[in-house]
Design a protein around this ligand. Structure first.
Ligand code: GTP
Ligand code: MG
Length: 376
């Protein structure tokens, strides 16, 4: 089966392209109407949406869904409690263009050297201080295999930094990152990197950017471009200034006095500690003892560990934190929230597990993609 564009597929099955894009997002794929759906994605979509049935009857409203989305929590909050929080900035770009080196330079540590083969294979989250302001950074892998992770990164973020190596120019995953940022409707700052290299051609990068609808400010457009050398630390301060400037315009707020909401960045089973999940708190404060729900996994926060390995009692807005106490390993990308009590968290988690189980059984007895195309 040949790949098909989102808009064409939507037309074919009689859905709104926007609805389809939202469903795709639910699968961890950020696309636009020209996004090309391959066979695997189509298969997923058709299973996930139960498409032939959906066309006939619109889905019923439910208290919650089993894709890890939000449930209503009973609490009161005062709008006056909302205050500015640190921006969450995701660094994206093609493999080897210097994303991790840039974050190393910002944090002045040496993460790249300890990575296997120098290739980032997971999402990392760090807080850095620029002047007196904190910024939360998310590092994403540039390797083509990690599309879903980049999509998640784009969903988590307030601002994207697109790293483009000046000796290499715009490459496939650069374009992909531009599309993720567009689909998630987040502001994008371009860091033209490796300008220390003798064969660097920053102007060529800018020329190529215009071909993707990003016209640099100095050429009369709206796209902020900063020429940097992540390795030598050149113009990093300027880049940080631009990030804070854009953050200020975005007016990013959160309420530290409400129950926490956030996203699972990564999670694994640790031999000694059990399920360990890195959670990025987007709103509210996460505390030791809180009953939590992430997708179909629940638990109670036993311990919180910050990025420096210190145990803490509370993690506030924009803080990445390791959470111990989930009774199973939650899925990266799932929404995390604090519920009223452990009983409700357990009930919802059990119901979601049952739904997932049913969905799996159904999938196994599902029609093939070819059958589906024969029907429409
Ligand atoms: P992935 O995470 O695998 O996508 O790569 P990445 O974008 O994180 O690239 P990384 O930071 O690992 O850098 C790749 C290589 O480029 C390393 O050898 C870096 O030392 C080198 N590099 C990064 N930035 C610069 C720079 O500004 N100048 C020069 N000369 N080399 C750089
Ligand atoms: Mg990297």
């Amino acid at each position: 089966i040949p790949p098909i564009k989102v808009k064409d597929f939507a037309e074919e099955v009689g859905m709104q392209a926007n609805t389809l894009l939202k469903d795709l997002m639910g699968l961890g794929i950020m696309g636009n109407i020209n996004y090309s759906l391959d066979e695997e994605t189509l298969e997923l979509l058709i299973d996930e949406l139960d498409l032939p049935a959906k066309i006939a009857a619109p889905e019923e409203e439910e208290d919650f869904t089993c894709d890890g989305s939000k449930v209503k929590v009973d609490f009161e909050e005062d709008p006056a409690d909302y205050r500015l929080r640190s921006p969450i900035v995701t660094v994206m770009g093609h493999v080897d263009h210097g994303k991790t080196t840039l974050l190393d330079m910002i944090r002045k540590t040496r993460v790249t050297e300890s990575e296997a083969g120098g290739i980032t294979q997971h999402i990392g989250a760090y807080q850095a201080i620029s002047g007196d302001q904190k910024i939360t950074f998310i590092d994403t892998p540039g390797h083509e295999a990690f599309t879903a992770m980049r999509a998640r990164g784009a969903q988590l973020t307030d601002i994207a930094i697109l790293v483009v190596a000046a000796d290499d120019g715009i490459m496939p995953q650069t374009v992909e990152a531009i599309n993720h940022a567009k689909a998630a409707d987040i502001p994008l700052i371009v860091a033209v990197n490796k300008i220390d290299k003798p064969n660097a051609q920053p102007d060529r990068v800018k020329q190529e950017l215009t071909e993707h609808g990003l016209v640099p400010e100095e050429w009369g457009g709206k796209t902020i471009c900063v020429e940097i050398s992540a390795l030598k630390g050149e113009n990093i301060d300027e880049l940080m200034e631009m990030v804070l400037l854009v953050a200020e315009m975005e007016d990013i707020k959160a309420n530290p006095n409400r129950p926490a909401e956030g996203v699972i960045i990564e999670a694994e089973l640790d031999k000694g500690r059990g399920a360990v999940a890195t959670v990025l708190v987007k709103n509210g404060s996460l505390k030791v003892g809180d009953p939590i729900l992430a997708g179909s996994v629940c638990g109670r926060v036993k311990a919180l560990v910050d990025e420096h390995g210190n145990r803490i009692d509370v993690a506030g807005p924009a803080m990445p934190v390791e959470v111990l106490g989930f009774n199973d390993v939650p899925k990266a990308g799932d929404f995390v929230q604090v519920l009223e009590d452990e009983k409700r968290a357990r009930e919802i988690s059990e119901e979601r597990q049952e739904k997932e189980h049913q969905a799996r059984i159904q999938t196994e007895s599902k029609v093939t993609l070819e059958d589906f195309y024969d029907q429409i």
